[in-house]
Design a protein. Structure first.
Lengths: 170, 170
DNA sequence: GCGATAGGTATTAAGTTGCAACCTGAAACG
DNA sequence: CGTTTCAGGTTGCAACTTAATACCTATCGC
């Protein structure tokens, strides 16, 4: 299949376009979720997702090509191929969960099952959130964009709270 | 524009399909990022993203329709329309950041600018990660899928570590 | 060998995207 | 107060992507 779309990356210095190059495609996240749920084979994905064979084939190939999954013949049955998440693929778990939790929060009647839990106490994980480098949770008002050059600098007097830039979306 | 695609939701009980219904479309996340960077107007998005007018128009309409952004005439100049993130839109920040951080980690030469920082000390935020309900950070080996019915139950003897299901992707 | 199974490819219709040209209503200008 | 400019679109069309379905190829179990 061709690829004459606008690259979508290099638009600004930000990793988002490069992430979306693979994960922005229709079905990529659904395939990833299925993989996180323990699916490993072509026909399993096919049955679970209700996707067309050719599209699934193409998407798996792209995920493999981008190092998100790896593709291996099974030694005991050489018809079978095993698709498995790589470390790079596993690293997408927070993004996938954040998106899923958002969908659950605002979607219609989606009580979500199964739920990702802490093995230690069997309780569901916390909502994915933003934390400071030292682990403090951060609310939107405590956030601001900074140029790389200004990291760690005192840009505004602490008492001058009203003038602080913050996320300029609030 | 028509909408005869497979719904992509209702496939399983999980919020992901419903999240992807809007955010899975090409450009949606890029528009969101631009909005988080403080852009509010049609022509601003157009210039920043290099997207076609009709597509931008369509995507903004869909974001508004889904309650992610709101659209308001500016009272001082009635030609201008202001697009602004709603609470629902702001709630996508963790998902957007997780995706962006992943792209930065694995993308080619993307040092990312500007960077989201804590107003308190001007330091960049921590990587988006998974935490237990009590705030402890959780590694992949400490995670397992559970049916809603089994939340909080002791499913496996603590000493029987090898048999524990975990993420069955590891 | 022979049917079933796993994982694809090929063909074609339908839907989506991107480009460029055009439209509309509200400022701004003189 | 007529004309120009600006903001925010819409329309038409060609190119591309997706989906559905049929077909292909290598194992495997018997």
């Amino acid at each position: 299949m061709g690829m004459l779309r606008e690259p979508l990356d290099e638009i600004q210095s930000c990793g988002l376009p490069s992430a979306l190059e693979v994960m922005g495609e229709r079905w990529s996240f659904m395939i990833l979720r299925a993989a996180f749920n323990g699916l490993h084979h072509f026909e399993e994905f096919l049955g679970e997702l209700g996707i067309a064979r050719n599209i699934l084939s193409n998407r798996l190939a792209r995920l493999v090509e981008h190092g998100i999954m790896k593709r291996e013949h099974m030694p005991d049955d050489r018809r079978k191929i095993e698709y498995r998440l790589t470390a790079k693929g596993l690293d997408l778990l927070p993004a996938m969960l954040a998106l899923r939790q958002w969908g659950e929060k605002y979607g219609v009647g989606v009580p979500a099952n199964p739920v990702l839990c802490d093995t230690r106490d069997g309780q569901p994980i916390a909502p994915i959130a933003i934390h400071a480098h030292d682990g403090r949770p951060l609310a939107p008002v405590e956030l601001e964009w900074r140029n790389r050059a200004d990291i760690g600098k005192a840009l505004h007097a602490p008492e001058d709270d009203a003038v602080r830039p913050r996320l300029n979306v609030l």
